[in-house]
Design a protein around this ligand. Structure first.
Ligand SMILES: [Zn+2]
Length: 450
């Protein structure tokens, strides 16, 4: 009983929220709730943002001379600036009349507890030499860096051996102790024995695991339950490894039997959560689709048949293009030239997927490259490979929020949403690289960059 009381206190909004959440889960619908920070922007503080140009991501259009009334951490009203100003009385105005304003961005694939891992040595060093508290301290810098780049939302897809430290970082953000995006976290991720680093050490040594290692349906169900118990919003698993080309297609070794992969998805869905599968080769992608996952991560080996399957099953694809380009040379030099070929494969798959109408969400794998790189570089590649700038921005806003089940809270500038807004000088719809120069960031009604 004592434990239950503590848990309810920690949720902040109390029993009503818990009951509401349970109701939604039993109805088979999972809607994300973004907790309100007690330390951030108390209700009552109001401001008006004067937007010279406002991107309406829902309708894919640009509106001019708009006003956005912010109250506390919420967007209260949106409309022509004259109308908003006359209705609101004497409220301080933030003048962004020479800028383009849009919803805060959402990166659907990050690793806040990783600091770049081109080679196995980079990765092993972090797990062998850095304590989890040290890595969590660096993660607080990573989330701040992402926020300053305009990312007010992140789906962090596993801690790479740092256990549940993502849940702690998320909590510290939600309580207002540190600045960072709204976090959706996956905790430890799953893979099977012998399929994930650390590898290659003497059998006499007990070395850390980059994921939770599970074999067989019982272990899988228990691990999913554990991860959800300790705060996982999503379950991530590694569907494949060891990528190779054969007959022009990118193949891979699959980590789980169909029975095991289906158990991951079934148990996760039973608990009202969603599944993201790392799947690069066509064998790994096909296995994940058979299992019924909600999102395919990376997906370099997607071909026509698999793309059609993605569309038919309404599965999201999170391509992570920039990281592939970033690590290719280093990984090729370390003995895996396939990573160079995967750049072209990813470009081809992306172009086809856009044409066939796959639900693509913006994701970068930040942490796979250092947090000193701006993850908004992904936009450039998305446009180069076949998206319009508007489609690329939608993939990082409303489409990402839809995948996360959070459209009531995030992803658009509409009344009732969390006041998460960014601005860039100039027009990103004619020059997408402007997304790498976000000059204004507001998260939950608080200006964090001006
Ligand atoms: Zn990743």
């Amino acid at each position: 009983m004592h434990k239950v009381i503590v848990a309810l206190k920690r949720t902040g909004s109390g029993l009503a929220l818990v009951t509401a959440a349970l109701g939604l889960i039993t109805a088979g619908v999972v809607t994300a709730r973004i907790p309100r920070s007690p330390l951030q922007n108390k209700s009552g503080t109001a401001s008006i943002i004067k937007a010279g140009r406002l991107i309406d991501v829902r309708n894919g259009r640009v509106l001019t001379d708009q006003g956005i009334l912010i109250e506390g951490d919420r967007i209260k009203q949106v409309g022509p600036i004259s109308q908003i100003q006359s209705g609101a009385g004497s409220v301080p105005t933030i003048d962004l009349s020479s800028a383009t304003v849009m919803p805060g961005l959402i990166d659907c694939h990050t690793h806040i507890l990783l600091q770049g891992d081109i080679t196995a040595a980079d990765y092993d060093d972090q797990l062998l030499k850095d304590s989890i508290p040290f890595r969590a301290i660096r993660a607080t810098v990573a989330v701040k860096a992402g926020l300053m780049n305009g990312f007010t939302g992140m789906r962090d897809l596993e801690t790479e051996g740092a256990m549940y430290a993502d849940v702690d970082v998320k909590r510290a953000i939600n309580l207002g102790y540190i600045d960072g995006p709204h976090m959706f976290v996956a905790t430890r991720a799953l893979s099977s024995t012998g399929t994930y680093p650390l590898q290659g050490y003497s059998w006499e040594l007990k070395v850390p695991e980059g994921v939770q290692i599970v074999d067989g349906v019982n272990e899988i169900r228990k691990a999913v339950r554990e991860q959800v118990k300790y705060g996982a919003d999503w379950i991530k698993y590694y569907s494949d490894r060891r990528y190779y080309l054969k007959d022009g297609a990118l193949h891979s070794w699959v980590n789980f039997t169909d029975e095991e992969a289906k158990a991951i998805v079934d148990e996760t869905h039973r608990l009202g959560k969603k599944v993201a599968a790392h799947a690069i080769g066509r064998d790994g992608i096909a296995s994940a689709l058979r299992a019924g996952v909600d999102s395919i991560e990376h997906g370099d080996g997607l071909d026509d048949e698999l793309i059609d399957e993605l569309v038919n099953r309404s599965v999201y694809w999170c391509p992570t293009i920039f990281v592939g380009v970033y690590v290719a040379e280093g990984r090729a030099a370390a003995g895996a030239p396939i990573w160079n070929k995967m750049i072209d494969l990813e470009a081809r798959a992306f172009n086809k997927a856009v044409k066939k109408g796959v639900k693509i969400v913006f994701g970068t794998d930040a942490g796979g490259f250092p947090w000193t790189e701006n993850e908004a570089k992904e936009f450039n590649y998305m446009v180069k490979y076949g998206m319009t700038p508007m489609q690329a921005i939608q993939s990082a806003t409303i489409n990402a929020a839809t995948m996360l089940g959070a459209t009531d809270e995030l992803g658009s500038i509409e009344p009732g949403r969390s006041a998460d807004l960014i601005a860039v000088a100039g027009d990103p719809l004619t020059d997408i690289s402007l997304m790498e120069h976000v000059s204004f960031v507001m998260k939950s009604g608080k200006v964090v960059k001006k």
